[in-house]
Design a protein around this ligand. Structure first.
Ligand code: SAH
Ligand code: SF4
Length: 344
């Protein structure tokens, strides 16, 4: 019999599965709690399950979908995890302490097909989608690594890959993470970042209440298409229409991410154009000074330039924060994940 990955199952699917192997449905809740509250490393830890059932779980399922291949800690406390998947592929995730928050930045794909010019993951191309279990297990392993004293408080889908290009697995993973029987994350503390895949955005809006971040990076089609090939398929007018139609409770806003690239999109007129573009959307802007890499053909603007850009937005009553990318010394900052870390 093919062994199933137990972390692929949201609670209702787990209920069906336990019944299929002859157990009562309430067993699913027990298993779910063991997996995501107690974070078990072995079925032996589940003393409330009969020996026979534990043996069935041991031989019929795979408890782990990822294994930790290496970890690295930056000077600022940011930790990068290199995870090996069952087929030997590698992904990276990052834990960012920012008390009282502890944010986990997780991957959704091995590589990415979208080829944004400023992103190292984009230079790898796409190898494959992650399964639901592989997405969820990144969180289980990171929480196990920090121990019971500290809880991961926030999750951002800003690691490797485009989450909405893997929406089936993503939506199942979100259901698991939000389920109060398990991790019980609040939807206010989970953010999905997308390059702007319009049809998938609409589905996410219908099916999950989590926060949405849209990677904008330019306020005119010519610059955006040059930076992000996806803009040819979903140009700004189409993307902004989808943003305006995005279902959100009244207090929520879409976050627009904007990487500042020296002399490419960081001029005062770019800021003014951005203000105009966002004037009709419920939005806030997150400015990300570019994180350089020898393989990427851009530069980071000066701090002065970054502050001047922010100032123009703020004077126009457009909320704009600057993201302090963390962990740059271990290549853990935004856009630097490529799973090429070699453990020594
Ligand atoms: N594919 C999704 C999520 C992963 S990327 C997306 O693109 O939104 C997460 C964020 O990191 C995006 O906003 C992305 O544009 C940004 N990013 C990528 N490369 C970067 C770099 N070199 N410097 C700074 N931010 C970068
Ligand atoms: Fe893919 Fe996002 Fe990188 Fe673009 S920025 S290549 S969508 S991971």
């Amino acid at each position: 019999m093919e062994r199933v990955f137990i972390k692929d199952f949201p609670l209702d699917a787990l209920e069906t599965w336990v019944q299929d192997i002859g157990e009562r449905p309430f067993r699913a809740r027990q298993i779910f709690r063991h997996l995501y509250n107690r974070l078990i490393r072995s079925w032996d830890e589940c003393s409330d399950l009969s020996k026979g059932f534990r043996t069935q779980l041991e031989y019929g399922t795979r408890l782990n979908a990822v294994e930790t291949a290496a970890t690295e800690e930056a000077a600022d406390g940011t930790r990068k995890f290199l995870f090996r998947l069952h087929d030997g592929k590698l992904i990276e995730s990052v834990l960012i302490p920012d008390p009282p928050r502890l944010t986990a930045c997780v991957s959704s794909q091995v590589g990415c097909a979208l080829g944004c010019r400023f992103c190292l993951t984009g230079t790898m191309g796409l190898t494959r989608n992650l399964s639901t279990a592989e997405i969820v297990d990144q969180l289980v392993h990171m929480q196990q690594a920090v121990g019971p004293e500290r809880r991961i408080t926030n999750i951002v889908f800003m690691g490797m890959g485009e989450p909405l290009a893997n929406e089936e697995a993503l939506l199942r993973a979100l259901r698991i993470l939000l389920d109060s029987t398990g991790f019980g994350f609040s939807h206010r503390r989970i953010t999905v970042s997308t390059v702007g895949l319009v049809p998938q955005m609409a589905r996410l809006g219908r099916e999950s209440p989590v926060n949405l971040a849209v990677s904008l990076h330019a306020a005119d089609d010519e610059t955006r298409s040059r930076l992000m090939p996806i803009n040819r398929k979903y140009p700004l007018a189409t993307l902004m229409e989808a943003c305006r139609a995005y279902p959100m409770p009244s207090r929520k806003r879409i976050t627009f991410e904007y990487i500042l690239l020296k002399d490419v999109n960081d001029r005062p007129e770019d800021a003014r154009r951005l203000v105009r573009l966002l004037s009709t959307a419920r939005s806030k802007v997150n400015l990300i000074p570019f994180n350089p890499h020898p393989d990427l053909p851009f530069e980071r603007p000066s701090e002065e330039r970054v502050l001047a850009f922010q100032d123009i937005l703020q004077k126009a009553h457009c909320t704009a924060t600057i993201r302090q990318s963390r962990g740059a010394d271990i290549r853990a900052a935004c856009g630097q994940l490529a799973a090429r870390m070699v453990s020594s």
